[in-house]
Design a protein around this ligand. Structure first.
Ligand SMILES: [Zn+2]
Length: 139
């Protein structure tokens, strides 16, 4: 079977995946850096994605992160803290007010830490997979 027999252009698809490696883009996004060059800051004022990378001028405005980062943050924080709450309650039986205060602070702190990093990762995935206009050569 040759590549011309395939229902889609497999050779082009492979080329697209190779020049924007997903793992590298995700790591750069986690560090809140431009997925193309890895040195320019992707975000400004905590969560806003820059129009273009200040270092390599890669267009970043094509992203459609929407509620994805918030959803992922809720899932991750919930999965991390729920078993910990259960374990702490069963093992130590702390005062309810102390436990509520401590886990509220932990949930807010962890959410504030994860939210921009997960947003960076989501934008980088979209850039790597050429979604929502990231693949166009216009800008
Ligand atoms: Zn850049």
């Amino acid at each position: 079977m040759t590549t011309t027999d395939l229902p889609f252009d497999a050779a082009t698809q492979t080329d697209l995946q190779d020049d924007r490696p997903l793992r590298q883009a995700m790591l750069r996004g986690w560090r809140r850096k431009c997925p193309a060059c890895g040195s320019g800051p992707m975000l400004h004022s905590y969560l806003k994605v820059r129009e273009h990378c200040p270092v390599c001028d890669e267009a970043l405005h094509h992203h459609r992160a929407d509620d994805g980062p918030a959803y992922l943050t809720i899932v991750v924080v919930g999965k991390l803290l729920t078993p910990l709450i259960f374990y702490i309650f069963v093992k130590f039986r702390p005062e309810p007010l102390v436990m509520a205060a401590a886990f509220s602070i932990a949930a807010v702190a962890l959410s504030l830490y994860l939210l921009p990093r997960l947003k960076g990762m989501l934008v980088a995935i979209q850039w790597s997979r050429r979604m929502h206009g990231f693949g166009s050569s216009a800008d």
